[in-house]
Design a protein. Structure first.
Length: 257
């Protein structure tokens, strides 16, 4: 059985200061208050879940390098909600999920992505087909009534069908751009030794967890331990990414209090 990622029995750091008081993080049972790293584009629940995860990483996992919104895959790569480095240079990634739809967005599998891509060609074909029908209908309508051809019933029907096909293709393209397989992506799983999801109670059941992920609730309590994966050492890269994220947040706080 692989080792687990929960370190509370091993770490000597339980006498550390509480980050909720030293860094202004609100508790989950209170109304939202301002904190130094408050982002206006996230809900109060998401903000409080992030601090609950920070608290767990600091007090339970013994991490001393922690940051929010860390990009580990280069300038265009995906962003992890929290990244931390703990004892023995163990790298933790935590994803915050405030609702079931939020969790479902990242639970797509590579097979789901393949099925979505398979729809690209038929949708493009529908646009091409309806464009041809529209052109033929417009030609016939102009011949029948050069002045009022746009009112021709066949032309108007062909135009409506073509517009529907274009909208379906545009919606498909937008979904392709935002379609996420993060929870099942081997490349994302190779970024850390331990991957966790933090969510309010009831949002994600332990049986629904994807492989190699652990689960925290909002208190924060450990519900399911994540297995420790064997990955290439990337401590220096991760620490640099954490430093960049923390510098970004501190500079934002300094110039936009």
């Amino acid at each position: 059985m692989p080792p687990r990622c929960h370190l509370s029995a091993q770490t000597p750091y339980h006498d550390a200061p509480d980050p909720r008081t030293t860094l202004g993080a609100p508790t989950l049972r209170t109304a939202r208050t301002r904190s130094p790293l408050d982002r206006r584009n996230e809900s109060g629940l998401t903000h409080r879940l992030k601090w609950a995860a920070w608290n767990w990483l600091y007090h339970e996992a013994g991490c001393r390098a922690i940051a929010f919104e860390v990009r580990l895959e280069g300038p265009a790569g995906r962003i992890a909600d929290l990244v931390a480095v703990g004892p023995a240079n163990r790298v933790y990634l935590v994803e915050v999920k405030s609702s079931r739809p939020d969790a479902a967005r990242d639970r797509n599998t590579p097979r789901d992505a393949e099925r979505l891509r398979d729809r690209t060609t038929p949708l493009a074909g529908a646009v091409t087909l309806t464009a041809g029908i529209l052109e033929a209908a417009a030609s016939h309508a102009r011949f029948a009534d050069p002045l009022r051809w746009k009112h021709d019933a066949a032309y108007r029907l062909a135009l409506a069908e073509h517009r529907r096909a274009v909208r379906r293709q545009a919606a498909h393209d937008r979904r392709l751009k935002t379609f996420s397989t993060k929870f099942h992506d081997p490349a994302y799983l190779r970024l850390g030794h331990c991957h966790y999801i933090i969510a309010p109670a009831g949002v994600l059941r332990p049986a629904e967890l994807p492989p190699f992920w652990g689960l925290l609730d909002e208190t924060p309590a450990l519900l399911v331990e994540a297995p420790v994966k064997q990955i290439p050492d990337a401590t220096t890269h991760v620490l640099r990414a954490i430093a960049r994220a923390n510098t970004r947040d501190l500079m934002a706080t300094a110039f936009h209090p």
